[in-house]
Write a protein that binds this ligand. Structure first.
Ligand SMILES: Nc1nc2c(ncn2[C@@H]2O[C@H](COP(=O)(O)OP(=O)(O)OP(=O)(O)O)[C@@H](O)[C@H]2O)c(=O)[nH]1
Length: 509
């Protein structure tokens, strides 16, 4: 059995034995507390007036279960080593002997595709010439790292050694501490059973809570102090407004929260804890609003078809790191993955993604030349994904080009190739945003949303920032769902987004 992080459940290792992908929008919603007005009071354990379940006993049972899992794993000879490894250096590393190996499949891939590649490539060079005037808009001041000499110019499949990293740290130490009990309570409140909890979930929740510590700091206690005094007076409104704006919740979302809080507190007097519970419910509803429109509550790679996730975002937002982390999670969850190194604008980016591919044990399709056609890489990667029957192809893209027009043209072209070469694929176009930039990051989103038909956001660097509230601004201002959140530089520091867990980590005292 593997723990499927996208479905949040243990699943059989063989995809054939897995439960069919019925209506995901239904099954995923059921795993999180409902948030529509009519059902929230009844379903949310925090807001119902009923006695709370015995979370401590639940936590004890989960702890025992985890210990048993770990003992069983320790007895399994193939249990692998912890996956936490040093992060890639800022500067690209030399390709390892392993990462430079060209697998046999490489030749398979670009046999009959050469004409199309040539066609697309010539289009690309014409476009490159057309946009010859350097007009840096994305990050003009950062010098480009020196190009890395590459021996050949043909696309490669870089075999990273599929067994390099194929397990979470199974023997990860876990203590029955305050963080464990808090995490257990969060899982129990979502209807989970103690025997179905994995150690990685506990570890992640603890990490998320720690990561959001700076945003949370003072927020909960100060809000409690204000709301515990009955209807909000002007001073109270101003105080909460300031707190939310400081957490980078954004003006639109802050106004909505204040309006709802004022209405609620005018209607009834709530003790501080209940006021916080009401606030939690409000924030969850806001984060889940995209699910009421065009988006399913979660993205899960669909079996039996190719899923392509296009990763966009400015340099430094964390695209490459995120790709490494997602492939790790996906591989852990039993999916076959492949990476397309389509940020060909910066040679260092290709090297960096290779390092992450090696870490997660996922092959990388790359064209070693600098400034080669990213659409050609994507074309080759799709061919490789088809021939290997991969479940998930992650595409790294450039975050900076000579100018905004080039960036958009390139993204549009990559998108066209995907639509042409893999018309049946389930495509997600994810914008990677650095949470530490807060509202500033949102402005960059516009460029990408025009060119890449965005379907969701990955919020990175939530650890150590006081701007965690930006998640609400993202959803409110872009109208897009958050799909993953990153809270650290390690390979296990990113997970699919859960509004329930996020809000608990943000507002639990
Ligand atoms: N603290 C923290 N750092 C992160 C996180 N995600 C990424 N980083 C760091 O952010 C830096 C930039 O990440 P990259 O993945 O290289 O960003 P990128 O968007 O791919 O940038 P380019 O490759 O230059 O386009 C790296 O030092 C990462 O370790 C996170 O969740 N938390």
């Amino acid at each position: 059995m593997v723990f499927n992080w996208f479905r949040r459940q243990f699943a059989p290792e063989s995809p054939e034995d897995e439960m069919p992908d019925v209506d995901e929008s239904v099954s995923e919603v059921e795993s999180t507390p409902k948030s529509d007005d009519s059902s929230a009071e009844a379903d949310d354990p925090d807001t119902s007036g009923e006695a709370k379940p015995d979370y401590l006993n639940w936590a004890k049972a989960a702890f025992e279960n985890i210990q048993q899992q770990q003992e069983a794993a320790a007895e399994t000879p193939e249990a692998t080593e912890p996956a936490e490894q040093p992060e890639p250096a800022e500067q690209p590393e030399e390709p390892t002997e392993q990462s430079a190996t060209i697998s046999e499949a490489s030749e398979e891939t670009h046999t009959d595709e050469t004409e199309v590649l040539a066609e697309e490539s010539s289009e690309s060079s014409a476009e490159a010439e057309e946009a010859a005037t350097p007009e840096p808009v994305m990050e003009p001041s950062e010098p480009e790292p020196p190009p890395i000499p590459e021996p050949e110019q043909t696309p490669q499949i870089l075999s990273q050694g599929a067994d390099a990293v194929n397990a979470e740290p199974v023997a990860e130490a876990v203590d029955f501490d305050e963080g464990f009990i808090w995490s257990a309570e969060v899982l129990a409140a979502q209807g989970r059973r103690p025997e179905d909890v994995s150690v990685e979930e506990i570890t992640w929740l603890k990490k998320l809570r720690r990561g959001l510590g700076k945003t949370r700091q003072g927020l909960v206690n100060q809000i409690k102090a204000v709301v515990g005094q009955g209807p909000l007076n002007q001073d109270g409104v101003t105080e909460i407004e300031t707190l939310l704006l400081q957490a980078d919740v954004g003006v639109t979302a802050t106004d909505r929260v204040l309006e709802a809080l004022q209405t609620k507190l005018r209607a009834e007097t709530l003790p501080p804890d209940e006021a916080i519970d009401y606030l939690k419910q409000l924030l969850r509803e806001m984060l889940e609003e995209p699910y009421q429109k065009d988006y399913a509550p979660a993205i899960t790679p669909e079996r039996g078809t190719l899923n392509i996730w296009l990763m966009t975002g400015v340099n430094g937002a964390g695209k490459t790191t995120t790709i490494g982390k997602i492939t790790h999670v996906a591989k852990q969850s039993g999916y076959n993955c492949l990476i397309a190194a389509a940020d060909t604008f910066r040679a260092a980016a290709v090297e960096q993604v290779k390092v992450w591919g090696a870490r997660s044990g996922v092959d990388v399709i790359a064209n070693p030349g600098q400034n080669t056609d990213p659409a050609a890489v994507v074309y080759d990667a799709i061919a490789a994904a088809h021939s290997r029957e991969s479940d998930l192809l992650l595409v790294d893209t450039a975050g900076r080009l000579q100018n905004k027009k080039n960036l958009m043209t390139e993204l549009e072209k990559v998108r066209r190739i995907i639509d042409k070469k893999a018309p049946q694929a389930k495509v997600e176009s994810l914008l990677v945003l650095d949470a530490t930039l807060g509202q500033n990051g949102l402005r960059q989103a516009q460029v990408f949303s025009e060119a890449a038909q965005l379907t969701g956001v990955v919020l990175t660097k939530l650890d150590g920032t006081a701007k965690g509230g930006v998640a609400l601004a993202v959803v409110q201002q872009l109208g897009l769902p958050i799909r993953f959140i990153g809270a650290g530089e390690g390979i296990t520091d990113l997970r699919p987004f859960s509004s329930y867990e996020f809000v608990e980590a943000l507002l639990s005292s």
